[in-house]
Ligand binder design. Structure first.
Ligand SMILES: Nc1ncnc2c1ncn2[C@@H]1O[C@H](COP(=O)(O)OP(=O)(O)OP(=O)(O)O)[C@@H](O)[C@H]1O
Ligand SMILES: [Mg+2]
Length: 397
């Protein structure tokens, strides 16, 4: 489900509330108000992202959930029970915690790092190590890394170990504080995709802190935008955030291209694909002539398996003598139905002809669509308010 870059952003089903933050304030001893009367309902088995500028109280909020920081006022309920009434050790064991740079024990091997909590819980060494091996596989770490030390791993690998360690005792909740901020964008994307996959498989309730709005939109089932002073600016699913920012602060924080980014939540499935401007490389003169009547300024030539070769003006094609090297590049196609309208638009914008090529999962052409037709579909989607409908639907990512 991690899917390709252009896949439709998922707007996932929201379950009942697992963590209820009720009018919580944190005043540090020096008088700093880090969090100010924050109320949030964090849904079960989904990812809730806290996002906002530096110092807006994200880490403080996260740490109040597992009582590393105690609130000055207000209550936090976990599954209906006040966390302050619960023994701190049991509470923390029910919540895996992942931080930036993984925070691994440098003197312990990878497998022993991951087995830390099971060992604390009294599992025997064999069982704890077996669990660690299983988790390494789950987070995409090769078994050969088990006996290494953290310094012998890349940043991305260390971050995976951090996630595996947090999952070791199978806690229902994961608290993640900027876990992927220290790695480069490519590794980061891989880690994000892995997290989504793990969350889908394991159904954890994840509270994820980031200052990166793109990460928030990609990962969040719900996104809480916080502003300096620890106040909540908006709490909404990402598609709604992009279509209806609550105020100028949220709008600014979302950035200039939110209209384009919002298209990630619209599926390309509704686009009307034309097959008439598509010809096979072995087309006869009659077939080429027939294709030319469709009104498309270019024809897309495919190989004998139906994979795209490139574009040509109809008059430039000679039956029996189609030379792929003379064709205009077809650009990166989009997968119709799986990819979003944003991906389709991107293909059309980057195409030398202004037409996007749609393929099936196997890379075979299913049709072509013009920039203009995509623009009309976007207008239609806006008019029908499908973004709002999408917010309730379970789409594919
Ligand atoms: N122990 C402390 N004593 C006093 N003030 C603190 C303490 N910890 C945090 N703060 C202050 O509380 C505010 C919120 O801090 P917090 O760490 O929660 O922010 P954050 O949103 O996580 O920021 P960042 O994105 O930089 O990690 C900041 O103004 C910070 O300086
Ligand atoms: Mg922080």
């Amino acid at each position: 489900m991690a899917g390709s870059a252009g896949s439709v952003c998922q707007t996932r089903r929201v379950f009942g509330v697992l963590i209820r933050i009720d009018s919580v304030t944190k005043r540090y001893p020096d008088g700093t108000i880090a969090v100010d009367r924050l109320s949030l309902e964090i849904p079960d088995r989904s990812i809730t992202v806290l996002v906002g500028p530096s110092g807006c109280g994200k880490t403080t909020t996260l740490r109040m959930i597992n009582r590393m920081v105690e609130p000055s006022e207000g209550t936090i309920l976990l599954d209906g029970k006040d966390v302050q009434q619960q023994p701190v050790n049991a509470l923390r064991r029910s919540m895996g915690y992942v931080i930036q740079n993984a925070g691994l024990f440098q003197h312990r091997t990878i497998v022993d790092n991951i087995a830390t909590v099971p060992r604390l819980l009294g599992w025997n060494k064999h069982k704890a190590r077996a669990r660690a091996a299983e988790l390494m596989k789950r987070v995409g770490l090769d078994a050969s890394l088990a006996e290494r030390y953290p310094y012998q791993l890349s940043g991305g690998q260390q971050q995976r170990v951090g996630v595996a360690r947090a999952l070791a005792a199978d806690p229902p909740v994961l608290l993640m504080d900027e876990p992927f901020s220290a790695v480069d964008p490519v590794v980061r994307k891989g880690l994000q995709d892995e997290l989504l996959r793990i969350q889908d498989e394991l159904g954890k309730t994840i509270v994820f802190v980031t200052h990166d709005i793109d990460e928030a939109v990609k990962l969040g089932t719900m996104v809480a935008v916080m502003r300096t002073g620890g106040r909540l600016a908006q709490f909404a699913p990402p598609a709604e955030l992009l279509s209806n920012p609550a105020d100028a602060f949220v709008e600014d924080f979302l950035g200039a291209d939110r209209g384009i980014r919002r298209l990630s939540f619209f599926p390309s499935a509704g686009l009307r694909l034309l097959t008439s401007p598509v010809v096979a490389v072995d087309a006869t003169a009659e077939q080429i002539a027939a294709r030319d009547t469709a009104g498309a300024p270019y024809l897309l030539v495919t190989d004998l398996d139906g994979r795209p070769l490139g574009w040509s003006e109809p008059g430039d094609l000679t039956a029996g003598d189609v030379r792929p090297e003379r064709l205009l590049p077809h650009g990166r196609p989009f997968v119709a139905g799986t990819d979003s309208l944003r991906a389709a638009l991107d293909c059309a914008v980057l195409s030398p002809t202004g037409w996007a090529v749609a393929v099936d999962a196997g890379g075979r052409v299913t049709g072509v669509v013009s920039q203009q037709a995509i623009a009309e579909a976007i207008r239609g989607a806006h008019a029908e308010g499908r973004a709002d409908a999408a917010a309730d639907a379970k789409a594919v990512r």
